[in-house]
Design a protein around this ligand. Structure first.
Ligand code: FES
Ligand code: FES
Length: 165
């Protein structure tokens, strides 16, 4: 096999998504974002810029917040991935999702999954965040619709309702 065809051949890659083990056949350099959306049907993860600037494609990978448009799927081998679909159970939204709904933190919705995962990541590190910590924790996520105030309010509301306990 030539070096070129080796580089382009698919391989099996196993990782967990939302607690379930999955094996996909993919090109090693395929974006995790595309594998999640197209191979696994997890379309909650959104593509905004495709360049690592907007945070819309954010997922948790072994507890770290990453932009899945920048992650070659091979890098996810053996990792635990959490997408927005992993936050609700039996059709019940988690406290952060409820708070975003309640506070108008989601409008067009493109940024929302990434925002919520960034907020979850923040609350994991800082269960009672200050306004500044919220704004810094979500600074990698861009929103064209809300002006951010409702989003920050949603995170505070989620803390009030016990999301970080
Ligand atoms: S789509 Fe990945 S950071 Fe914008
Ligand atoms: S709700 Fe539209 S980009 Fe944030």
């Amino acid at each position: 096999m030539s070096k070129t065809s080796q580089r382009h051949s698919k391989c099996e890659i196993t990782f967990t998504v939302n607690g379930k083990s999955v094996t996909v056949r993919a090109h090693p350099m395929e974006r995790l974002l595309d594998v999640l959306r197209h191979e696994l049907g997890l379309t909650g993860t959104k593509e905004g810029c495709g360049e690592g600037e907007c945070g819309s494609c954010g997922v948790l990978m072994d507890g770290a917040l990453v932009n899945s448009c920048l992650i070659p799927v091979l890098q996810a081998s053996g990792a635990a991935i959490v997408t927005i679909e992993g936050l609700s159970a039996d059709g019940r939204l988690c406290a952060l999702q409820q708070a975003f709904l309640q506070c108008g933190g989601a409008q067009c919705g493109i940024c929302t999954p990434g925002m919520i995962l960034a907020a979850l990541h923040l609350l994991d590190k800082a269960p009672q965040p200050t306004s500044q910590e919220i704004s810094e924790g979500l600074s990698g996520n861009l929103c064209r619709c809300t002006g951010y105030m409702q989003i920050f309010e949603a995170v505070k509301e989620a803390v009030r309702s016990g999301a970080s306990k």
